[in-house]
Design a protein around this ligand. Structure first.
Ligand SMILES: *Cc1c(COP(=O)(O)O)cnc(C)c1O
Length: 228
């Protein structure tokens, strides 16, 4: 077995153990392989091991790999910061965007989604740790943003994405992810169509994220190894 195949099986076991430990079904947790900086052949290997959802952070790099892998029916998720001049390509080439943090971006994605395609799935990125350097709206800005995004025609508001400050402390990990879940529940009370997605948990903290309700975990290093 290749390293990537082996790693995927280890990650799946971690997800299943974490889900079962808190009474969730492992099927409720999607595994998103984060392939930034990894070559197309690594993605192809992940595909053969059963992974169909790919997360990318850098548009140009993602478009190149999409072209190389057009023979595979992959689902592409955009995770990176979105500059205004990149929204059209993102709207055209992705199925999900996890990193929307302002209405202007959501509006452009909706306007630029090609006719005939399904609505673009959107998660709102929330900066729960309040780190100045991080993208994401503040928890205080979230309700108004969610209400406005819900009204857009060609995007579907699916949920929230968070990247908490990395911590080795399990209690701190849980607290951050629990805060994201509570935010989702709070905002859902205001929406016409409740959100169903919590995109949270990476290689180092997926267990805590699953315990707090993650529906996508975004895993790079634990699948592909350290990034160059
Ligand atoms: C790189 C990245 C990941 C994956 O992180 P790992 O620690 O390598 O699993 C997840 N989410 C986002 C937004 C990323 O940029």
């Amino acid at each position: 077995m290749s390293t990537i195949t082996e790693n995927i099986s280890l990650v799946r076991n971690r997800i299943a153990a974490a889900a079962l430990a808190c009474g969730r079904s492992p099927e409720q947790v999607g595994l998103l392989a984060v392939s930034k900086t990894q070559p197309a052949r690594a993605i192809e290997e992940a595909w053969h091991a059963g992974l169909h959802d790919l997360g990318e952070n850098y548009l140009q790099e993602a478009l190149e790999k999409q072209a190389q892998l057009s023979h595979l029916p992959l689902t592409w998720h955009f995770l990176g910061h979105i500059q205004s001049n990149k929204t059209r390509a993102v709207a055209e080439h992705f199925d999900w965007v996890h990193s929307v943090d302002r209405l202007r971006t959501a509006r452009r994605l909706s306007d630029q989604r090609p006719p005939g395609r399904n609505a673009l799935n959107i998660c709102l990125q929330v900066n729960i740790s309040g780190e100045a350097s991080k993208s994401g709206c503040t928890p205080g800005e979230l309700p108004e943003l969610a209400l406005a995004v819900e009204k857009l025609d060609n995007v579907c508001l699916r949920g929230l994405m968070v990247i908490p400050q990395p911590s080795d402390n399990i209690r701190e990990q849980h607290a951050a992810f629990a805060q994201a879940r509570q935010l989702l529940e709070h905002v859902n009370e205001l929406l016409q169509h409740p959100m169903d997605t919590l995109s949270m948990g990476m290689s180092g903290d997926l267990e805590a994220a699953v315990a707090e309700g993650a529906t996508w975990v975004r895993i790079g290093t634990a699948i592909f190894g350290a990034r160059p």
